[in-house]
Design a protein around this ligand. Structure first.
Ligand SMILES: Cc1cc2nc3c(=O)[nH]c(=O)nc-3n(C[C@H](O)[C@H](O)[C@H](O)COP(=O)(O)OP(=O)(O)OC[C@H]3O[C@@H](n4cnc5c(N)ncnc54)[C@H](O)[C@@H]3O)c2cc1C
Length: 426
């Protein structure tokens, strides 16, 4: 016999979206079950930890070779985030009738989003930001959800924070559980159960076999790649189109004596809205070696003397996630123009900051950290984030119709807070 549970609301996925929904709805005394495919990871902060929780224990790639990030664990991809708390898509969502100002303010307060003090910023990153200023690019310090008192400046935010200095959606999951939500881990939602055009619950696979969770309301928050797969399996066949991923490329240059190793990544940024954002960043050692290859191995490209910057663009939403998990994500000619312009500025900044012009190396591997768009408002969900199936909602990066080209966690949290109020009143 298939194990069956009953609840009022089932939420799939415990990333920033699912965790916020669970927290807000259980605070409002709703009976919530939150199911998560991954585990609660205890060991964080090292390369081998990082690899364990990425999709397929490595990095999933599109057919064209772009890496598409997503982690399977309690807290979702926020656990490996760099801690950047920028608002994005606020105006676009307002144009769709979704007013988020108060929810943004609440999220910023809860995450204590603020720029970091100088002690957390490496000499190299500081020099990069000064050089961008000297070139008239008006760099700004970025608000972070990192507590500078606890931060040990190890530079490994993207492997998860072992010092508990960085906020992650795990914090919200804990609050939800305290308020009565049931968290079921290592359980993968397969599809939504429906009858008469209405959601009835979900079918999932757990460590002890299949499980059904019957509920009046179902919310899918499994991230930009997995959400459309669950929807397609549930008969919503127009999900999976319009994939964007805010892809990035990294450029490095070697200096005489400056480095970025002892500091948090991306303490500041240069922004050209709707085109690109530029951040000072340096890859963790194994990735640095992997991407700089023979130059590193033969000692010509020492990480300790490298300055690095990322060009992250707002890409065209032309990708697709197929039912069988295959992903298409072409980089269009418009995307290539944005990369060209951003990379040219990055090169200028790095040289101004002291990098040897002959050493400048732009890594060819394109990486997409924010997959979304695959259940877009206006296409797959309406502006209440409800699908054509009554009481089946989607809330995560998938519902954004256009690539923000900016870190989306704050927006996802604000949107989830907004939706919680709507759902609580059903
Ligand atoms: C290296 C890196 C750094 C980043 N830094 C930042 C940053 O500084 N600031 C920022 O704003 N953004 C950052 N991002 C992006 C940000 O982390 C994501 O955009 C955000 O976490 C997406 O939230 P989500 O809730 O949509 O999905 P996710 O966080 O991906 O959560 C989805 C959850 O659903 C679970 N799940 C998937 N399928 C199923 C299933 N079938 N059944 C049950 N559970 C399932 C997954 O295991 C996961 O826990 C970064 C991303 C990366 C990769």
């Amino acid at each position: 016999m298939i194990k069956t549970l009953e609840t009022e609301i089932v939420i799939v996925g415990s990333g920033p979206a699912g965790a916020t929904l669970a927290k807000e709805l259980s605070k409002r005394r709703k009976k919530v079950v939150l199911i998560e495919r991954g585990r609660r990871e205890i060991k964080l902060g090292r390369m081998k930890d990082g690899l364990r929780f990425y999709e397929k224990h490595t990095f999933q790639k599109s057919k064209e070779g772009t890496v598409l990030y997503g982690t399977n664990m309690v807290g979702g991809t926020s656990v490996v985030a760099s801690g950047n708390a920028l608002r994005c898509s606020q105006k676009e969502l307002l144009d769709l009738g979704i007013e988020l100002e108060n929810d943004f303010l609440e999220a910023e307060r809860e995450l204590k989003a603020a720029p970091l003090p100088d002690k957390c910023i490496s000499e190299g990153a500081r020099k990069i930001l000064e050089s961008a200023q000297a070139l008239g690019l008006q760099p700004k310090r970025i608000p972070k959800f990192i507590n500078p008192e606890k931060c040990k400046i190890c530079g490994y935010c993207v492997m998860g924070c072992r010092y508990n200095a960085k906020w992650s959606a795990m914090n919200y999951v804990d609050e939800a559980v305290k308020d009565g939500a049931a968290l079921i881990t290592q359980t993968k939602a397969i599809k939504v159960l429906t009858a008469g055009g209405k959601a009835q619950g979900i079918e999932a696979a757990g460590p002890d076999g299949p499980i059904k969770i019957m509920s009046d309301i179902v919310i899918i928050s499994a991230g930009g790649i997995q959400t459309p797969i669950i929807l397609q399996k549930s008969g919503i066949i127009n999900a999976g189109k319009r994939l964007f991923c805010d892809p990035w490329m990294t450029t490095y240059g070697i200096t005489k004596n400056l480095n970025q190793v002892k500091g948090v990544n991306a303490p500041g940024y240069v922004l050209k809205p709707q085109r690109f954002i530029l951040f000072p960043v340096i890859d963790p050692p194994v990735q640095f070696l992997l991407y700089t290859g023979r130059r590193s191995l033969f000692g010509r490209f020492p990480r300790q003397k490298a300055l690095g910057m990322m060009t992250k663009i707002a890409d065209e939403p032309v990708g697709k996630v197929h039912l069988n998990g295959c992903i298409e994500k072409p980089i269009t000619s418009k995307d290539k123009e944005k990369f060209k312009e951003g990379n040219r500025l990055v090169k200028e900044i790095l040289i101004k900051a002291g990098a040897d012009p002959k050493s400048i190396l732009t890594i060819k591997q394109i990486r997409g950290p924010h997959p979304g768009g695959t259940a877009a408002i206006g296409e797959v969900v309406n502006n209440n984030l409800e699908t054509a199936v009554k009481n089946l909602f989607v809330c995560d990066n998938s519902v954004l119709p256009e690539a923000p080209g900016l870190p989306p966690i704050l927006t996802i949290i604000a949107l989830s807070k907004w939706l919680s109020k709507k759902i609580a009143s059903i």
